[in-house]
Design a protein around this ligand. Structure first.
Ligand code: GRF
Length: 209
């Protein structure tokens, strides 16, 4: 009998270009998993329309007027109902609290994975693109990593880089990072993670097998 595929949720707050790159990867059977849910905290987020167009289940759990804790409780319940095992953050503009990470694990949740637009450990946190632009870095890039209870500090799964031309403004640099690095990197990193899920030796992402 076939083992059921892992059930994933994508979390995104806005444009959703990485989410869409992942949807394309699901559609060409590149990812051995099911996309069980696309969740946003913003009712107007374009990513919800994109997911609907692609035919994936969507949920909006708005944080408007809610405490961080109350919002996270609703998100956890939504994940429980959709039987989500792993979370893939793609431009989700909220930091998940340590309490959320604990509670997700307690309800049987697995990994939480994020993509950050810099070569971590350089430029963690907010405005990473603008800060790389101001610092006039020669090489920029993106990192796919596991989420832990410190921001942008979890174990790296995969990184990708590009050579900065030097004439880009910050907006153009962001576009290049997304289109030339992230949209290819995120599906490959997720594939790597999924392929290793069945490895019986260890689940520790830092251990090379
Ligand atoms: C990406 O640059 C990603 O690295 C960061 O947020 C941005 C999301 O862009 N976490 P999009 O919504 O996927 O287009």
């Amino acid at each position: 009998m076939h083992k059921p595929k892992p059930r994933l949720a994508i979390f995104a707050s806005g444009r959703g270009s990485n989410a869409e790159a992942l949807m394309h990867a699901f559609e060409r059977d590149f990812l051995p998993a099911d996309l069980a849910l696309v969740l946003s905290n913003k009712p107007q987020a374009p990513v919800l329309d994109i997911a609907e167009k692609h035919g994936y289940p969507i949920a909006c759990v708005s944080n408007e007027g809610l405490s961080r804790e109350a919002h996270e409780v609703q998100v956890l319940e939504t994940l429980r109902q959709a039987e989500v095992e792993h979370i893939v953050l793609a431009g989700y503009m909220r930091i998940l609290t340590p309490a959320f990470l604990e509670a997700f694990k307690a309800q049987g949740g697995g990994a939480i994975i994020n993509i950050h637009p810099s070569l971590l450990p350089d430029f963690p946190g907010m405005h990473a693109i603008e800060r790389q632009h101001e610092a006039k870095v020669a090489i920029a890039g993106a990192t796919v990593h596991h989420v832990i209870d410190q921001v942008d500090a979890g174990p790296t799964i995969l990184q990708g880089s590009l050579e900065v031309r030097g004439d880009e403004d910050a907006e153009e640099l962001g576009r290049r990072i997304r289109e030339e690095v992230e949209h290819d990197l995120y599906p490959r990193a997720l594939r790597l993670f999924l392929d290793r899920l069945d490895t019986p030796i260890t689940q520790d992402p830092k251990v090379v097998i």
